[in-house]
Design a protein around this ligand. Sequence first.
Ligand code: MOS
Length: 692
Amino acid sequence: MTDLLEPRAMGRDLVRRDGVQKVRGTATYAYETPVESPAFCHPVQATVARGRITGIDTEAAEALDGVLAVLTSENAERLASTDDAELAVLQSPDVAFRGQVVGVVVAETSELARQGADLVVVTYAEQEHDSALTVDHPGLYAPEKVNPSYDTDVVQGDVDAELAASAVVVSHTYATAMVHNNPLEPHASTALWDGSSLTLWDSTQGVHPDRKAVCTVFGLEEEQVRVVCPYVGGGFGSKGTPHANVVLVTMAARALPGRPVKLALTRQQMFSLAGYRTPTIQRMQLGADRDGRIRALTLDVVEQTSRIKEFAEQTGVPARMMYTANARRTTHRLAALDVPVPSWFRAPGECPGMFGPEVAMDELAHELGIDPIELRVRNDPERDPETGQPWSSRHLVECLREGAERFGWAGRDPRPGVRREGRWLVGTGVASSVYPTMRQAQSTADVRFEDGRYVVEIGAADLGTGAWTVLPQIAADALGVDVDDVEVRIGDTRYPIASVAGGSSGTNTWGSAIAVAAREFRGKFGTDPRDGDEASGQVDQADTDDEHATYAFGAQFVEARVDVDTGEVRVPRLLGVFACGRILNPRTARSQFIGGMTMGLSMALHENSVWDPRIGQVANHDLAEYHVTVNADVGDVQAHWLDEEDPYVNVMGAKGIGEIGIVGTAAAVSNAVWHATGVRVRELPVTLDRLL
Ligand code: MOS
């Protein structure tokens, strides 16, 4: 239990400190960094899904006026570490997936670089490839752990006996699509190697983790590398770990010492190089008594990774803690395919892992004739079912109840397919949300008194999430001063080390470090500091509470309308109620929630990377054909929250909110579509062909 900070600045509806620069276009993104006479890169990508390069002809590209360098596996520098196969760029003639980087052209303009890349002729000895995930793929294996270090399989109790004793068993297979992150700002960098040190302006979710990876790959000391990233035009996990583009631009810069080099992936290149979410297949069983008490819950997940590097999405993990069950089994099996490397994508694990279970809960509720909210209430566990630990706070039931009230759930007719307004079949659905509250390994903050103001420095990242604005609110309350007297500087490895903006852990981790630094500062200098007074504060994992299960919860409600003839789905209303500890800034928090819910709607209705297993590539690899939810698809989206203070998570009493908004939305949409039509869609996205 911690002494919570007294909230004075925290909780206030302050406008974004970076808002004006962003709106005016004066916020400088990585690719726009003003540098003298930059050169530009364009990657050359493999055109086979598996094979070996037998020849690379760069003559025509090199002959092009304005081309400065052409790097391939034949002439690129040897990297110090090739342990991370995704980052072992241009180190071998082997091709592991279509779209893999096999070369780069550096030229005076981006157009010339692109033209040069087109002129590079690569020949291959092509090999048979295998890129199609199936539920019974012969290569399925159990990874050692799932992301980041959860148990692969967890079995509790006698599942078979509990299933046999169940009055009702719901048993179905659910599936979520392969999906690709498409932040407005693509993966982009400007790099300058001056002969002995590197400056990398990179669009990243963490300057320090980015630097660490670059140092490892190139064998550099941390003092030799500075990573700068004040603004990010969206990341969603895809910029949480560096991808091949970061190595490539650094390599190009090192080939041209003294010359700044720029690389921005094209939208199509992002579909091969920037990570993605694996498709998931979820075999699910729920066995229950007549009164709705769950006896058995099983979730067996099948998903893919790449042959060269494992990423095991932890899809089965939320089912381990969400509801009561006498017996439970969750497993993960992977197929390692000749495909690009999957990675973090918008609430990895929790997001896809709450689709199957939350639709299955709806199916069970229908079978039992119990209201879907009531079914969840009856199975709300008093303690974490997996660990037996008490919750630091769990207000799922309150979220469901308040959501029901606000949404107008009372008196809902449970029968599917019976409400019609003109051309539209109308239905409503609900699902739960959850996201763990995590703190990362290590972060440090400095507090300094400078020209009558408090300056806080920490290498944190603002992905559009609000860190520029919220960290000063935390610092002000930790110092006990007015928020206007605090300046926070982030996004540069020159500031103290900070953890990645991932796992909804940024504010929790950095804010805790800032609070420690503020306490240090006050202890050393009192309340009347002098210019130049400075203190430092650090958090590490050892400070975190390990006696409680710490999660944020939520409930999402959806109204869906389905055209009776065409099957077109519309969602005029999305309403979420969340319990995420103290809300530090209602303005930025609301944006986090409704942004996540909108992405959840996008997952439900639109996003689908259509894989062509014959050639091993995403067929719809651009924003013309990869559909995302846009303004015209969004109706009334409301995010509400409970007043919740959690004394076990951190001194702010705040839980992470970056990802919970996307968790559960797709299940709520599918459940509402079923209520509207009577058609149960167990595979995302819910497109009209699946309804007719
Ligand atoms: Mo989030 S996908 O953990 O950056």
